[in-house]
Design a binder for this molecule. Structure first.
Ligand code: SF4
Ligand code: SF4
Length: 206
């Protein structure tokens, strides 16, 4: 994460972040619920908008602990859950003709926070006094033309608030994944996509 004091950014709607082949559009369970409800999707229709991106070789447990989003155990092995992509690499919800997101108001937090990344630093003496630090995401530096010295300064406070919300959402999601992975490990759950979504839908009823 490259950090600076003066963050400058304005989206040029180039579409790079929505069409990059090597970018997974990660979703948390709350993103899935928001999109499902917003589009009024049934179970099978929700399955159809998701992609499960598995590893060729599973990472070691130690490396998994350092990941911002924990991979989830599926029938095909550990995977990241993201929005489905076209063969071209474009997100399934990207409207290439009108160069815009088809689900802008429902889009995942991952999309909302791009091209920034956020980290939380806890005060050792008092954990309630945590500080959020932001920086340009690596991929933002790589291909986002909206990051430029010619662009306006951002409203940092607004972005920090978004980052805080996103970190809370990621933490909730990682707790959910940890519980799911444990339940799979002890044979309590069969890790099908259908079961995963039913479990997520049930969270909404609590
Ligand atoms: S890469 Fe940057 S400028 Fe291009 S659409 Fe994404 S956020 Fe906007
Ligand atoms: S959900 Fe929308 S903003 Fe996010 S990658 Fe897909 S098209 Fe882009």
């Amino acid at each position: 994460m490259r950090s600076t004091k003066d963050f400058r950014f304005k989206c040029t709607r180039c579409g790079n972040c929505c069409t990059d082949k090597n970018t997974i559009v990660n979703v948390t369970y709350s993103d899935i619920l928001r999109i499902k409800k917003g589009l009024n999707l049934l179970l099978n229709e929700t399955i159809e908008i998701l992609g499960f991106y598995t590893y060729n070789k599973e990472p070691a447990a130690e490396d998994r602990k350092k990941m911002v989003i924990s991979p989830i155990r599926t029938e095909k092995g550990l995977a990241f859950v993201g929005l489905l992509k076209e063969d071209s690499g474009a997100c399934n919800f990207y409207d290439e003709i009108n160069v815009k997101c088809k689900i802008y108001n429902l889009r995942p937090n991952f999309c909302r926070t791009f091209p920034f990344t956020f980290k939380i630093f806890f005060n050792k003496a008092d954990r309630s006094k945590a500080k959020i630090k932001m920086g340009y995401a690596e991929k933002g530096d790589q291909y986002c033309p909206g990051i430029s010295a010619d662009m306006p300064l951002i409203n940092e406070e607004q972005w920090i608030q978004l980052g805080k919300k996103t970190i809370e959402d990621l933490n909730d999601n990682n707790i959910f994944i940890e519980k799911w992975n444990d339940a799979v490990r002890i044979g309590q759950i069969t890790p099908t996509v259908r079961n995963l979504l039913l479990t997520i839908f049930n969270l909404d009823k609590k």
